[in-house]
Design a protein around this ligand. Sequence first.
Ligand code: OGA
Ligand code: MN
Length: 337
Amino acid sequence: MAICSQLKSAEAMQQIVSRLHCLLSYGILSSTTTMEPIRIGSLTCQPLHPTFVAEITGVDFSKPIPDDQICDIIAAQDRFGVTVYRNTSLDDQRHIALSRQLGKLEQVPKFNGPKVPDRFGFPELFDAGNTDREGKIIQKDSRRWWYNKGNTLWHTDSSFNQHRSKYSLLLAHQIPNEGGDTEFADMRNAYRAFPEVRKRQLRGLIAEHDLWHSRKLAAPQEYSAVTDFERAAKPSAYHKLVQIASDGGETLYVAAHASRILGKPEQEGLRLIGELIEDCTQAGWTHAVKWKQVGDLVIWDNRIVMHRGRPFSDQMEVRDMRRTTVFDDGPGSLGAV
Ligand code: OGA
Ligand code: MN
């Protein structure tokens, strides 16, 4: 057992060292505050915010992406946390193929019951849109409508899984005329700006993450009773609050799914979780990405940013968004137990 955990941490350390080498070789280790475009290998990155988020050009999505360029994409991801690729023309299959080049993909959980068919023929595609299988708008007050409300809270994808996720790749298939931005918060740099005394209080703490907690927060009446099927389909997971990011420094891993801090009374834990989310989502640490056209793709690193969907006229307009989710393979991927 001891040997096993030593091996695991040696492997994790090796991953950090090789990632640092990679970032150093690109000359992009420091988080610069310039808004000037920077080059990362074959990519041009136009920052959209002083500390994170960039719009990237230089990728030809009409062909399979060469491995060298995947390396550049990952380096841009490590530097910016959130990357925006406009007008990619990707379809479902190529969206999935690109995602596979970034790691092993999650299969979408079937919280509505094993027999309810998906809208797409691909188990890797998560439906983040507001239509049903027939393309009709999901009715206000239905369970699925309330479920989607949870995505409007600041969260990070799949933190309720013991094997957490690394990247989410969200692709626009139909966008509303107004609203429906996706907003991001830079947890890595927000945390790094905390005073040392606060960081010391957070290191070593473990949070429980429960999908049904965030559903209840967003829809207290609808999710006051979680069904036995739902609870069995998604039990809680446990993750350290302070984690090591891919650049070797610390970051904060907290989200709307966080329901408890181990070893603290429930209300005290919830208060701490609420304060952390609030402090990291102050205006200086957030950026709302506008979806400009079908084919726009946003990739984010769930380990260093939070996100939330912004409102739009969801009973009047269709917003068809599809997501793949890549398993984390770095240190902390399997959480704390
Ligand atoms: C998601 C998500 C928000 C949005 O796909 O994980 O939270 O703006 N989406 O669609
Ligand atoms: Mn999400």
